[in-house]
Design a protein around this ligand. Structure first.
Ligand code: PLP
Length: 439
């Protein structure tokens, strides 16, 4: 194994444990990534030492925790290139960030008869909050569809003996339909997935934003997966909101970020009321704190949020040219190997999310959702677990998307910076074994 990869793996204690008596192969990174030692150390230090409520007290320990909390906010600002810290709101996760916008933005800017566009590849977190808002206002949800056409894996360039037995669902967004959805002037916000947690395809978000802005419609990006795999510059993208979770990018669980443009956030009413989000309070009327605290009612998860500093520093380390080169090479090998091996060696497989440019494309992340014909996805995952593999199975919190493929469950293997081609090879051997046990 390459020295850089070896060093990276050594940073993650969770990777060296055994499950069911065999070494763990962790391939559920799209759900939650493991944490490097720097993050674990910070969490230990804050829980054991720097544990005092932020913003409120006139004593040294509270100053220290506030410094770590606000330092993490500054790190997030730099990482996504937000203009100022006021644009960076800490929440409990992507879900909370989207709920905040769906509730507060829609209350302020939508009326009965208006519409909201969401992308068909959305996670439930980018569907249900908009449905709740739309129902309460009398607004309509419109769908930007995806290409559900299915082709033989040979047509996508898979090479091997049983290639013709496997099928691939394209999964790309039908971006040309967006103008049609916007043209009657009723749409007040577009909420798009940056990278789908089922398809692993990087959506053309620049185009979505450009087209939507031409109709004066702001855009929220669900960046739960996007923040991990793409370099996100919110100013260059010109998105109006960007939502992500810390636990998918090497940080603590129960923490997320909402980036928003100041001029829109200023207009939006608070989402929740309570301590820390106020200016002055009387029994009759309250004025609100400046951004970002206006949207951070109550004691925040200051320990979890602080983990974003070391977590994002690790993510930045992965972008150093020498490291990036090694990781990109490994990722390309993993993608090529997994696609060909699933389609041809395992065979009789249906793969979801290939895209017009195929698996080798930069627009496909190393995430593989599939079904083996004749095998129940849950049964496969259970057998894999016995062999030490952690993968996701089920609806992936994307029931409508799976419905559009005519399935109610998939197996998903999602790779992170610390996964290797050797693990991919072991995974394919384990799938073959599971298949032979189930058929
Ligand atoms: N959006 C996408 C694309 C996701 O992959 C996820 C989590 O899997 C979410 C939203 C929700 O993230 P969280 O549960 O951290 O709020």
């Amino acid at each position: 194994m390459n020295r850089i990869l070896e060093n990276i793996r050594a940073l993650f204690p969770a990777l060296s444990q055994k499950m069911n008596g065999v070494p763990l192969v962790y391939l559920d990174n799209a759900a939650t990534s493991q944490k490097p030692v720097e993050v674990l150390e910070l969490l230990k230090k804050m829980n054991g030492e720097v544990n005092a409520n932020v913003h409120r007290a006139m004593y040294e320990l509270s100053d220290r925790s506030t410094e770590l909390y606000e330092g993490a906010r500054e790190k997030v600002r730099q990482f996504i290139n937000a203009p100022e810290r006021g644009n960076v709101i800490f929440t409990s996760g992507t879900t909370a960030s989207i709920n905040l916008v769906a509730s507060s933005f829609c209350r302020r800017f939508l009326k009965a008869g208006d519409a909201i566009v969401i992308t068909a590849d959305s996670h439930h977190s980018n569907i249900v909050p908009w449905q709740l808002a739309a129902e309460s206002i009398g607004a309509e949800i419109r769908l930007l569809p995806i290409n559900t056409s299915k082709l033989s894996s040979c047509d996508y360039g898979a090479k091997g003996a049983n290639c013709g037995t496997s099928q691939c669902v394209n999964g790309e967004l039908l971006i040309d339909k967006l103008e049609e959805l916007l043209s009657d002037g009723k749409v007040k916000i577009v909420a798009a997935t940056h990278i789908s947690n089922v398809l692993g395809l990087v959506n053309p978000v620049e185009r979505i934003i450009k087209i939507s802005h031409a109709y004066n419609v702001p855009v929220l990006l669900d960046g739960a997966q996007g923040i991990v795999h793409e370099k996100v510059d919110v100013q260059a993208l010109d998105c109006d909101f960007y939502a992500f979770s810390a636990h998918k990018i090497y940080g603590e669980t129960g923490v997320g970020v909402l980036y928003g443009k100041r001029e829109i956030l200023e207009e939006m009413p608070p989402y929740m009321g309570g301590g820390d989000m106020v200016g002055t309070v009387t029994y009759k009327k309250t004025t609100y704190a400046e951004l970002p605290l206006k949207f951070e009612a109550g004691t925040p998860n200051f320990i979890g949020a602080s983990s974003l500093k070391p977590a994002l520093e690790y993510a930045e380390y992965l972008r150093e040219p020498e490291v990036r080169k090694v990781l990109k090479e490994e990722e390309s090998k993993i993608k090529r190997y997994m696609f060909n091996a699933l389609a041809c060696e395992v065979g009789d497989v249906e793969i979801y999310g290939v895209g017009d440019d195929g698996f080798e494309s930069e627009k496909k992340i190393p995430l593989f959702s599939f079904n083996v014909k004749g095998c129940n996805a849950g049964d496969i995952a259970q057998l894999l677990d016995k062999m030490g593999f952690a993968v996701r199975t089920g609806m992936m919190c994307a029931e409508p998307l799976l419905d559009s493929f005519g399935v109610n469950s998939v197996v998903r293997a999602s790779f992170a910076s610390y996964n290797t081609v050797e693990e991919a090879e072991k995974f394919i051997a384990a799938i073959n074994r599971a298949k032979s046990m189930l058929l």
